[in-house]
Design a protein around this ligand. Sequence first.
Ligand code: GLY
Length: 390
Amino acid sequence: MEEDTRSNQEWLDGVYDKLLVKMKAECARVGTKIPYSPGADGMYHDVEDIANWTNGFWPGMLWQMYEATGDEAYRSAAVGVEERLKVVLEDPEALGHDLGFMFLQSSVANYRKTGDPGARRRGLLAAAELASRYNLEGKFIRAWTGPRDSEQGKKMGGGDIRGWMIIDCMMNLPLLYWASEELDDPRFYKIAVSHARTAQQTIVRPDGSCNHIAAFDPDTGEYLNNPGGQGYRQGSSWSRGQSWAVYGFALSYRHTGDKSFLDTAKQCAHYCIANMAVTGWLPLVDYRQPAQPVKYDSTAAMITACGLLEIAGHVEENEARFYTEAAYRILRAGEARFADWDPGRDSILTGGTYFYHDPTGENTEVPIIYADYFLIEAVLRLKGKGLFEW
Ligand code: GLY
């Protein structure tokens, strides 16, 4: 591949222009459908499961684009998606801990942008549901829903998922910080801080690598172990989990001012940067996967970049340059390798991998909606045109 000699600013301006064209076409085609990955025809289709954890990313993208352009079509589609999404709040058994992902990017974004009181109520309901998953003894928010002998537990190496927390939940905590501020009531905030502290102690390792899961006895709260999760194996380091840690701890710092959360975010960031610097700034699916086969995950790249930009916003200028430059390198490498800017096809980035062990290959290096969400968030943030959705 030819060397790209453009400055970061030139690259950013070019990507922004392409984004405007691509997203306008996508919004006109997709509207209030809720996409995840395009079908064989290259087009998005509606997801089958209205409670899918990724269903907030499309409205999140629409709110970002509405903020950047003021184009009514984005607002109207985002509101239409939220209208469809709200039924899940009536079915707690269909929900896991991903209420932050689903409702920060839909209802809370709507409320932040328009002040709509119905959107605020839905955001608060989602926060109450999330807070209700807190395990008092173990001091963590329960991740997945299901019985003690669930299939989910078996897939991840066995265990009682009633006592499981996962690193991904760091990104759901901002829903609780928002609710506390909105209601001027510390309850939600305290749960979020307590969960973040437990994650710091039981999920992050001293070298900045992370486990995906921490398992506790759901009755006594005793810490048990760290099952494997979506990465290569127990003790490895799943790159998307790493990226949730970088961005999630940085966000907990933003909302609490607790310096230890910023330090943890940096520790995880340095681990990611060190690993990506030797793979051309593309993240492997797991930083401890075998040398062959080489498989990447563009979602981890985009989330990590957003996390680095968040850290850059909380440190002094000299230090911020380091995190911003690393974010640019990751964004540029991911965009060069995985982007499709043809406005006639849906989805921008391919290269997303859902989990390491994928015998069918159907979930390996494919387009996944949140790679696009975090690419858009990063680009608009760097352009000074983004909406803060966390
Ligand atoms: N939160 C689920 C995942 O990152 O795959």
